[in-house]
Design a protein around this ligand. Structure first.
Ligand code: THU
Length: 160
C-alpha cells in the first residue's frame, strides 16, 4: 500500500483590472452573456465565454426549465455551442462569472462537476490544456491552467 498525493495550484487575481488584456475581454463577454441568462427559478445567472484559437469568442449562459433537470448550465451551453459551430478549432480559454438576484456573489464560483466533465472531453479531444477563469459578480478571479486541476482522475475515452 502507498499513499498517492496529488498537488495542484491555481492563480488568484484580485480583480478584473489584474487580468491580462485578452482574458479581460473574454471575461467581459462572459459578463454580458450572464445578463442574458434565463434563470427564473434559481435567480442565479451564469455567463460563460470561450476564446478559440481562431480568436472567435463563443458565449453561453444557463437555460432553466420548469422541469428543472431539463435546464442546462452556462458552461455546457457555451462549450457545446463552440463544438457545434467550430468543431475543429481548439479552445484556448474559458471565462465564467455568476450573479444572484438574492445576494452579492463575491467569491469565485467554479464550474459544477458535470461541466468539468464536459470541458474535460474537449481538452482530451484537442490534447492541449484549456485555461479556465472563474469569478463571482465581483471580487477575485481564480485561474486553473487545465481542467485537470479541477477534475483529477477524470474519466475519458482511454477507458472505453
Ligand atoms: N449553473 C451553471 O450554469 N453552471 C454551474 O457550473 C453551476 C450551476 C446554473 C444551473 C442553474 O440554472 C443555476 O446555476 C443554479 O444552480
Amino acid at each position: 500500500m502507498k499513499e498517492l498525493k496529488l498537488t495542484t495550484s491555481f492563480i488568484v487575481y484580485d480583480g478584473l483590472k489584474e487580468l491580462p488584456e485578452e482574458v479581460r475581454y473574454v471575461m467581459d463577454q462572459a459578463i454580458l452573456s450572464r445578463e442574458k441568462a434565463y434563470a427564473p427559478y434559481s435567480a442565479f445567472k451564469v455567463g460563460t465565454a470561450i476564446l478559440l484559437e481562431n480568436e472567435e469568442v463563443v458565449v453561453g449562459n444557463n437555460q432553466e426549465n420548469a422541469c428543472y433537470p431539463s435546464g442546462l448550465c452556462a458552461e455546457r451551453v457555451a462549450i457545446y455551442h463552440a463544438g457545434a459551430v467550430y468543431p475543429d478549432v481548439n479552445i484556448k480559454t474559458i471565462a465564467i462569472t455568476v450573479a444572484s438576484s438574492n445576494y452579492k456573489v463575491e467569491d469565485p464560483a467554479p464550474p459544477c462537476g458535470a461541466c468539468r466533465q464536459a470541458i474535460a472531453e474537449y481538452e482530451v479531444k484537442q490534447n492541449t490544456p484549456i485555461a479556465i477563469y472563474f469569478m463571482g459578480e465581483t471580487g477575485k478571479i481564480i485561474k486553473s491552467d487545465s481542467v485537470k486541476n479541477l477534475l483529477p482522475f477524470l474519466f475519458d475515452q482511454s477507458f472505453l
